[in-house]
Ligand binder design. Structure first.
Ligand code: PRP
Ligand code: ZN
Length: 298
């Protein structure tokens, strides 16, 4: 029985945890999350969710302890490089790139210090939680550095006298600014992804994975897409289609008691900005409504 249930590891608490839970929810995977419990069960799908530290997720997937993991590419890359360095076998697959957890790994130095290119970091002490990514980059550039490995609060290392520069995750840049630092070099761009152990799943697990990924595709597509409705004189309808480079064939309804005006319904694959709506208005559209789409299955 256990073997037929799919195990997914997600981050327990941190930048990916809220979005990972939301993704499961949007895929109609109902999980009864309980505080401080390692494993939570789904009420409506043969899925168990393991809530763990994000840097444990790649290892859990690679070692086959869980089937899937939702993890940042930064954490994944670090674990892969670490295992390669130790000459360990690595096998995993990225099943899907996700549109959340967007961040970068960058070098930061004190705001008042001058930055004159990556070479000027040669021989400095650098604090980081990502030593393998840093080492790989510096090795390529033929630069040496003294490693100060920290598992958190990296941004305070300089003030604490532990390092001259940091290599850390940057998202909004707030942590850097509030610690008197500036970002001088982006080394790695990252976002969340779903990884699987590349061993073949049995048939029933494979079907759950397929359903899960197909639902995620639907959720992601739906999130980007918008349903637009407006009224327009029928002789002006043609003009507006060039505004939407990616859209389904529009549906056009006649309005009761009015032969000249029609109601146009469009599914746009792109977000609709105010600019597009203003342009629509200029081209003769009235009563423009833009709706979010919750799910989409093709
Ligand atoms: C990371 C990083 C910075 C912060 C950057 O820490 O170490 O502190 O996020 O984000 P920002 O650019 O939006 O300010 P995290 O919150 O993951 O915790 P940690 O420092 O304990 O690893
Ligand atoms: Zn931090």
């Amino acid at each position: 029985m256990y073997d037929n249930k799919l195990r997914i590891a997600i981050q327990k608490s941190g930048r990916l945890s809220k979005d990972s839970r939301k993704l499961l929810k949007n895929c109609d995977i109902k999980i009864n999350f309980q505080k401080n419990k390692l494993i939570s069960f789904s009420e409506n799908m043969p899925i168990d969710v393991m809530c763990v530290r994000d840097d444990d997720i790649p290892g859990l997937v690679i070692d086959g302890i869980v089937d899937l993991g939702i993890v940042g590419r930064n954490v994944l890359e670090e674990e892969v490089l670490k295992r390669k360095f130790k000459l360990e076998k690595i096998s995993f697959k990225i099943l899907k790139h996700l549109d959340f957890g967007i961040c970068r790994l960058s070098i930061g130095i004190p705001t008042e210090k001058k930055y004159c290119g990556i070479k000027c970091l040669n021989g400095l002490r650098i604090a980081t939680s990502y030593p393998y990514i840093l080492r790989k980059y510096f090795y390529k550039k033929n630069i040496s550095f003294k490693l100060c490995k920290l598992n958190g609060s990296v941004e305070v290392a300089i003030r604490a006298g532990l390092a001259d520069a940091i290599f850390d995750l940057v998202s909004t840049g707030e942590a850097l600014v509030s610690n008197g630092l500036k970002e001088v070099k982006i080394i790695h761009n990252s976002s969340a992804c779903i990884i699987s152990n590349s061993k073949n799943f049995n048939l029933s697990k494979n079907n759950i994975v397929k359903t899960f990924i197909s639902r995620i595709n639907g959720v992601v597509k739906a999130r980007k897409s918008k349903y637009i409705i407006f009224h327009i004189y029928s002789n002006k309808v043609k003009n507006i289609f060039k505004l939407f480079s990616e859209c389904e064939k529009p549906i056009i309804y006649k309005l009761l008691g009015n032969d000249d005006i029609v109601s146009v319904h469009i599914i746009s694959r792109e977000s609709i900005f105010w600019k597009t709506m203003e342009k629509l208005k200029e081209l003769g559209a009235k009563s423009i409504l833009v709706f979010p789409i919750e799910k989409m299955l093709e």
